[in-house]
Design a protein around this ligand. Structure first.
Ligand code: NAP
Length: 311
């Protein structure tokens, strides 16, 4: 790290709901933060077709549109968003250092809001057929399978939401779940149960994804009867949860067993002046509204810390 150093009071890593809200608060507090937007500006929610639980939008809002509004709000307040990826951090010294694709930053305080990424099943063919019928995002890829039969794996809110969404295009949507009950919220459960295009396959696990150049069928195993069957589909949407994006920080920050950054009530990590907010530290709620709230709290705490910063 010998190049020109850009000196900042506050660097925010990640441009999802937590990072952008931290940016709004940090900018309004006069910290002039820089926001390193990362690989998915707007975060995971940008792929959500319909967000019905973010207050202020009585008719719901498309996830991409919601995040565009947040980005616009940061911009209107004079927030500095740069579309850079963080490559390395050095939290062993003050000021803290962050090396990104755009340069080297020194920061008195840092807010980490790098979110989480889709969990993979870990099948060989899942990797080989990615983009050829294997997808982690129905909003992104659903329309490619118009009039076809597809499957969704998972039993949480994401899986059920995606299954419902896919019925807008697809002739039939199977939900494959490893248990005999969903963990998704009741309203989503009712919606899938009442959707004639959706068929639920309980107690079943995906053993393999079959097809030469594209997905042609799934090999399912019923984990109660051990019966195996092939299910012909054109695509499989895997929605089995997320893994927090903490790889860059694990050398310095305390993580829990799931890999989430451990924070206290004030969103402080184990290193003073370094805060975490949103899905990267929250295994429990993972909502846009809770992430936004966490981003606001982290920025307020960072502002207090910077006011008393001794270097
Ligand atoms: P999740 O709630 O963790 O659910 C993951 C699902 O995948 C579970 O049903 C789980 O099965 C299954 N699963 C996990 N690993 C698996 C494996 N290896 N093989 C097969 N199945 C596997 O994840 P999510 O649905 O992505 O939701 C994450 C969070 O975001 C939740 O807090 C949710 O409420 C929230 N969310 C909210 C909204 C909304 O409010 N509009 C929308 C989407 C997500 P088991 O049930 O057997 O564990």
């Amino acid at each position: 790290m010998t190049e020109e150093i850009k000196k900042e009071k506050l660097v925010i890593i990640g441009g999802g709901p937590a990072g952008l809200t931290a940016a709004i608060y940090g900018t309004r507090a006069g910290l002039d933060p820089i926001i390193l937007m990362g690989p998915e500006p707007g975060g995971q929610i940008t792929t959500s077709p319909e967000v019905e639980n973010y207050p202020g939008f009585p008719d719901g809002v498309n996830g991409f549109d919601l995040m565009q509004k947040m980005i616009q709000q940061v911009e209107n307040l004079g927030g500095r968003m740069v579309y850079e990826l963080v490559e390395e951090v050095d939290f062993s010294r003050k000021p803290y250092r962050i090396k990104s694709s755009g340069g080297l930053y020194e920061a008195d305080a840092v807010i980490i809001s790098t979110g989480a990424s889709p969990r993979k099943l870990g099948l060989e063919n899942e990797k080989r057929l990615l983009g050829k019928g294997v997808s982690y995002c129905a909003t992104c890829d659903g329309a490619f399978f118009k009039g076809q039969e597809v499957a969704v794996v998972g039993g949480g809110d994401t899986a059920l939401e995606e299954a419902n969404y896919l019925t807008n295009f697809c002739s039939k949507v199977y939900i494959i779940h490893r248990r005999d009950e969903f963990r998704a919220t009741r309203i989503l459960q009712e919606r899938v149960m009442n959707n004639p295009k959706i068929e639920i396959i309980w107690d079943s696990e995906l053993e393999d994804i079959l097809g030469e150049d594209r997905v042609e069928a799934l090999l399912l195993r019923n984990n109660k009867t051990e019966e195996r069957k092939e299910l012909p589909v054109s695509a499989v949407f895997i929605a089995i949860g997320h893994i927090p994006n903490t790889g860059l920080f694990k050398e310095y920050l305390e993580l829990d067993a799931g890999g989430y950054i451990v924070t206290d009530k004030k969103h402080s990590t184990n290193i003073e002046g370094i805060y975490a907010a949103g899905d990267v530290q929250d295994p429990l709620y993972r909502q846009v509204i809770t992430s936004a709230g966490a981003g606001a709290a982290a920025a307020i705490e960072a502002s207090r810390y910077i006011d008393n910063y001794q270097g």
